[in-house]
Design a protein around this ligand. Structure first.
Ligand code: 5CA
Ligand code: ZN
Length: 409
């Protein structure tokens, strides 16, 4: 699949420092020191509805990761998937009496437009589950042949007990895992499974549903977790720097994915850090396609909201916080954007070299975007209130805000 166009990232004077980031697996902050090419996998959308503010907030967090790494003069190898075949997508297509491939293509196209408008840097590899199937089948066969997977009425399940490190991503107890598995696509109550938590690797063809040639597995379609693992291992290899997504993916998705990869390769861990963004809510409940309490990025854009203001609204919350989208959040972002634009539109102003370092430091410290915004606010306030004569300052601030925060002033 093709991704979307990249906005240019201005180079700043000097160099940022290594990213410190909260790791879900070790439940603490770690400093990542990637090689010359930093490697990140971020779970992509299931394209059955448009991009909402919750998605945008999660992708914003990982866009900041890229920007911090680019500022350390590293290259970034970024991979993202599209879950373009899965139960919720097929159910929505059936409900609305439309072709599931058309639904997926339309919503993926809209996602690309939204990401472009928000200046999110694109992945180098943007891969759909369907196009990954030829790579998924041999992995499932290998797991089965190694005794880490078993068949149940034609479906193939992964045995969580085959991974000695199972549980080390989410650190949850068995009961919590069982509840979340039932809530998030698992089938802990299915009779005949070795362990209720075992996730499906390959689902045998069901009448009326799409299916693909699975070699010795028979016709069917892939399970959710193996999809991301196949794509990540193919394009990044093992022990990449960050596995990212929203906190609703910690269990089962990222736990199971790590186990699949660890059993397949015999290496541990799959990722050096498991990074999770908080959930955005609307009217007191997590924004979700299944509940329908959504604010779409595309609807805001159609209503004339500047994408830079949407981006500032996302940045005004720490990525790990759960927060609520309100009109006031957007109004505050619109006002901030106006203030910042007024401040940089002057021909000269207050020196900004210290501000560059403050923004860098804030982001390197577990992506503290609110602290970065506060630093720019302070500069903008001084700039408007006083009469500086540094001619390079407005341009330097524009480039800093663009390069590190993805906001075009
Ligand atoms: N296709 C799978 C991942 S492989 C999936 O979870 N798709 S999704 O469309 O449901 O979500 C896409 C990304 O947005 C995921 O990282 C998810 O954790 C995140 N996300 C979903 N809802 C919210 C929300 N309300 N707030 C913040 N992030 C969210
Ligand atoms: Zn995923």
């Amino acid at each position: 699949m093709h991704a979307w166009p990249a906005s240019e990232v201005p180079a700043l004077p000097g160099k940022g420092r290594d990213l410190q980031i909260h790791d879900t697996a070790t439940q603490g902050t770690i400093t990542l020191a990637p090689g010359p090419v930093a490697r990140i996998y971020v779970c992509g959308i299931t394209p059955y509805d448009a991009t909402h503010i919750g998605h945008a907030a999660t992708y914003n967090a990982f866009d900041l990761v890229q920007r911090v790494w680019l500022d350390t003069k590293r290259q970034v190898h970024y991979v993202q998937n599209v879950t373009d075949v899965d139960d919720p997508l097929l159910e929505r297509a059936l409900r609305d009496n439309q072709d599931w491939t058309e639904l997926a293509e339309r919503e993926t196209a809209l996602f690309r437009e939204d990401m472009t408008a928000l200046r999110m840097l694109p992945p180098q590899h943007y891969i759909g589950a369907v196009e990954a199937i030829p790579g998924i089948v041999p992995l499932v066969e290998r797991l089965r042949d190694a005794g880490a997977a078993y068949e149940l009425d034609g479906d193939v399940y992964f045995s969580v007990e085959s991974d000695a490190n199972f549980g080390k991503v989410s650190n949850l107890d068995a009961e919590a895992m069982r509840l979340l598995s039932a809530e998030r696509g698992g089938d802990p109550d299915r009779v005949g499974k070795k362990n209720p938590l075992d996730p499906m690797l390959w689902m045998a063809a069901r009448p009326g549903e799409p299916s693909w040639d699975g070699g010795s597995l028979g016709r069917g379609r892939p399970g959710w977790h193996i999809e991301c693992v196949a794509i990540a291992l193919d394009h990044l290899g093992m022990t990449f720097d960050i596995q990212g997504g929203g906190s609703d993916l910690v269990f089962p998705h990222h736990e199971m994915g790590a186990s699949h990869a660890q059993v397949l390769t015999g290496e541990f861990p799959m990722a050096k850090a498991y990074v999770h963004a908080g959930m955005v809510a609307l009217h007191g409940e997590k924004m979700s396609k299944s509940k329908g309490n959504l604010v779409f990025v595309s609807a805001l854009r159609r209503a004339g909201v500047d994408p830079a203001a949407i981006r500032l609204a996302l940045l005004s919350h720490h990525y790990r916080a759960d927060w609520e989208w309100t009109d006031a959040v957007l109004a505050e972002a619109v006002a901030r954007l106006e203030r910042w634009r007024a401040a940089v539109s002057r021909p000269d102003g207050i020196p900004a070299d210290a501000l560059v370092e403050e923004v860098r430091e804030a982001l390197a410290n577990d992506l503290d975007a609110p602290a970065a915004l506060a630093a720019v606010d302070r500069w903008a306030e001084l700039q408007i209130a006083s009469d500086g004569d540094d001619e390079s300052a407005p341009g330097l601030v524009s480039r800093t805000v663009d390069a590190l925060l993805g906001v075009a002033l």
